[in-house]
Ligand binder design. Structure first.
Ligand code: THU
Length: 147
């Protein structure tokens, strides 16, 4: 996987391509399901992630959270979009891979549900775009704790 790189010109197609590249690094010996994610910051920086499994199962991490935690751990707080691809390891991507509930909740912590976009892709030519609000209606966030 490439290191984080800057691209102020990144469009949706490029973001999908970065997720496909990230998927190549998936460590998924137990499920055989390889996922890649590419997270774009509001100022155009890219963070890629893959799923990382573990023999004890529970410590496994999804591709989306790998990307978010890489970004947040070096200070990023403002995000625009994430592209996600997933499917059987070694096989072409056949279906859209939607983020799990835990990853949606992590997005809720750091993203504006009305504007943050989630791209579910099959290829650089075929993807669907959703807002976080569409995939996590009535989401719970820090704002709810302060009411
Ligand atoms: N997985 C992800 O990385 N992201 C998703 O959105 C769905 C699931 C991973 C977790 C596990 O390593 C494998 O896919 C099978 O669930």
């Amino acid at each position: 996987m490439t290191a984080e790189r800057r691209s102020l010109m990144m469009d949706d197609k490029e973001l999908v391509k970065a997720a496909i590249a990230a998927r190549e690094m998936a460590y998924a010996p137990y499920s055989g399901f390889a996922v890649g994610a590419a997270l774009l910051t509001a100022d155009g920086k890219l963070y890629q992630g893959c799923n990382i499994e573990n023999a004890a199962y529970t410590p496994s991490n999804c591709a989306e959270r790998t990307a978010f935690f890489k970004a947040v751990s070096i200070g990023e707080r403002d995000f625009a979009a994430i592209a996600i691809v997933g499917g059987r390891h070694g096989a072409p991507i056949g279906e859209y891979c939607a983020p799990c509930g835990v990853c949606r909740q992590v997005m809720m912590e750091f993203c504006d549900p009305d504007t943050f976009r989630i791209l579910l892709a099959k290829s650089p030519e075929e993807w669907q775009s959703y807002t976080l609000k569409e995939l996590l209606p009535l989401g719970f966030s820090g704002k709810d704790l302060n009411r």
